[in-house]
Design a protein around this ligand. Structure first.
Ligand code: C2E
Ligand code: CA
Ligand code: CA
Ligand code: CA
Length: 275
């Protein structure tokens, strides 16, 4: 604290310094993690209800910190976005996800989360093309998950980028659907392959008729637009029954499977599909 002042002000400044210090340390650690390969992916299956089999896995990023153990993405992705580190991290996620998925059966896709910062970076198409070429993965087996927040600032630029990504042959899913603003207009402006219904709607299903009505209208709309639907965060059979009855095409959540490590995938596919 360089300023003179009342005690409260110095205390506030010291707290700010501590927070800045913590973030600076975490940024250094994150650089280190990238360099030393301390980032890894977990995979959570998406289950196709009508086919009765796994149709995809979502890649979920983790950080194996040498002292702090496994750190979840919510604790470091915001910092990675602020510092721009999400661009190389996100590129690694895409390459790693394609490399792993190319060994799976052809009908099983890999879904990857794309941060708005990464989406706006002009290098994204090249990263995807390179990952597909390196792995030999068919483009339609890669599904990019983007969020509605991309449409707030510059919807026309976002649409143009979405179309050029689609021209690479990859699929695009709208993640966390229902949590942003005036969601319906985005559905009209781009033909998403899939809508992922946010977990907050699924949580409400067992104690609110309104939640069921919302699911019903989303699945009806999606079907009319030729889009698939995935319900996120399905945790019990009661939710699953309602989702099935309301025409949801896919489910994802702890009820079916938690995110698992790469070595557990083959066994899970065998046990859940019988093939
Ligand atoms: P998301 O894309 O909405 O991912 C779903 C999150 O819900 C995951 O948390 C998953 O583990 C969790 N989840 C799945 N099923 C259930 C359930 O039944 N109950 C509950 N309570 N939770 C469930 P996770 O892995 O901690 O990821 C959190 C968020 O971090 C993701 O939310 C996504 O926005 C972001 N994220 C994860 N990996 C990446 C990545 O590689 N790149 C970027 N940019 N973001 C990522
Ligand atoms: Ca996601
Ligand atoms: Ca989501
Ligand atoms: Ca979410």
């Amino acid at each position: 604290a360089k300023h003179e002042g009342r005690g409260g002000f110095r205390f506030f400044e010291a707290a700010m310094d501590a927070e800045a210090q913590r973030r600076r340390q975490m940024e250094l650690d994150l650089h280190d993690a990238i360099e030393h390969g301390h980032l890894f992916l977990m995979f959570q299956p998406l289950f196709n209800l009508s086919e009765g089999r796994i149709s995809a896995f979502e890649a979920l990023l983790r950080w194996q910190h040498p002292e702090r153990g496994t750190i979840p993405p919510a604790d470091f992705i915001p910092l990675a976005e602020d510092t721009g580190l999400i661009v190389p991290i996100g590129a690694w996620v895409i390459r790693e996800a394609c490399r792993i998925a190319c060994d799976w059966p052809d009908h099983v896709r890999i879904a990857v989360n794309v941060s708005p910062v990464q989406f706006r970076n002009p290098g994204l198409s090249a990263v995807i093309l390179q990952a597909l070429a390196e792995s030999g993965l068919a483009p339609e087996r890669l599904e990019l998950e983007i969020t509605e927040s991309l449409f707030i600032d510059n919807p026309q630029t976002t649409l143009a980028s979405l179309h050029s990504l689609r021209n690479l042959g990859v699929r695009v899913a709208l993640d966390d659907f229902g949590t942003g603003y005036s969601s319906l207009s985005y559905l009209r402006s781009f033909p998403f392959d899939k809508i992922k219904i946010d977990r907050s709607f699924i949580i409400d299903l067992l104690n609110s008729d309104g939640a069921t009505a919302i699911i019903k209208s989303i699945t009806t709309l999606a079907e009319a637009l030729g889009m698939e639907t995935t319900a996120e965060g399905v945790e019990n059979a009661g939710q699953l029954d309602i989702l099935r009855a309301q025409g949801c095409s896919h489910i994802q959540g702890y009820y079916f499977s938690k995110p698992i490590g790469v070595t557990e995938i083959t066994a899970l596919m065998a046990s859940k599909t019988g093939d």
